[in-house]
Design a protein around this ligand. Sequence first.
Ligand code: MLT
Length: 347
Amino acid sequence: MPLNAASARPIIVTPELPADISTGVTGSVLSASGLTLEAVGEILALATVLEREDPIQRAQRLAKRRIALLFYESSTRTRTSFELAAKGLGADTTLVSSLSSSIEKGETLKDTGLTLRALGAEAIILRHPSSGAPWLLERETQLPVLNAGDGMHEHPSQALLDLRTILAHLRPGVEAVTAETLAGLTVAITGDILHSRVARSNMILLPKLGARVILCGPRELLPELAAQAGPGVEIERNFTRALEQSQVVMMLRIQAERLAGLQLDLEEYKASYQLSEERLTKYAPKALVMHPGPIIRGLELTGEVADGPQSVILEQVHHGVAIRMALVYRALAGRTLTAGAQKGVRA
Ligand code: MLT
């Protein structure tokens, strides 16, 4: 059964963006590549403090501060966890989505951002189909921006929650992260690497802490060029060999909405790359099974694997709230709410 997308736009092999072109608004998190080890450690530590805090006290931290969620693409986990994180800190949140706002009438990202700022938003959480959109929004609004996924580029908060999940299982008790924290660990990221901002952020973040990342998938979904993503990243086309070497297996959804005319034989794909119980018990019986969601049962992995004892998929979702509390808190900490900010003038 071939899977393809209706549109016939050309496939973008690598989104070309400089490593980090942030205009330097404190508290923004635009990419994994822009995160220093120090910042990663700070976010992880803050996540733990906030998670353990008494909920009543926690809700005083950002009481009545205003945060806008600006979502141009659908989302379940990311949007809900950012919203619960901000609300858990006491902030007021508002959701603007492309289907129920002036975006539908053609308003630009810049104008929507400036409007949100004039309404008193002090930080914006953005999901956008175009790579680089968070940089533009930050530049135009001068507000802290948290990238909740930009096109096929990056999804830094997902990589951070994935890291927290890995650490909880494989490096329990680790408080401070260094370039050696994940030394000796191999993570196989398997599936639609080409279209995955999750893969991209993880292949940047995990090697910063010393992990080796094996990318696995067919040529259509994993161009040879990906091996040049950075140090610690390799390609292995054979799924069995990738599984045998890995302590973590991160499965990815085939992003049908981004296939752009690419034909893929799904039966062939499943035969080579589906994570089944049989494959898992035979080649990686101790590995953690991860997936950023949404999972497509029976395609990239079977239902038994998703629900099985090695799966930490729902734990990933759970870690998302703590990580996003830390990101939201960091975005607003140190910024005081001034009358100017309330009127939409930069503080
Ligand atoms: C994303 O937004 O990139 C998701 O978490 C992964 C997916 O859509 O498959």
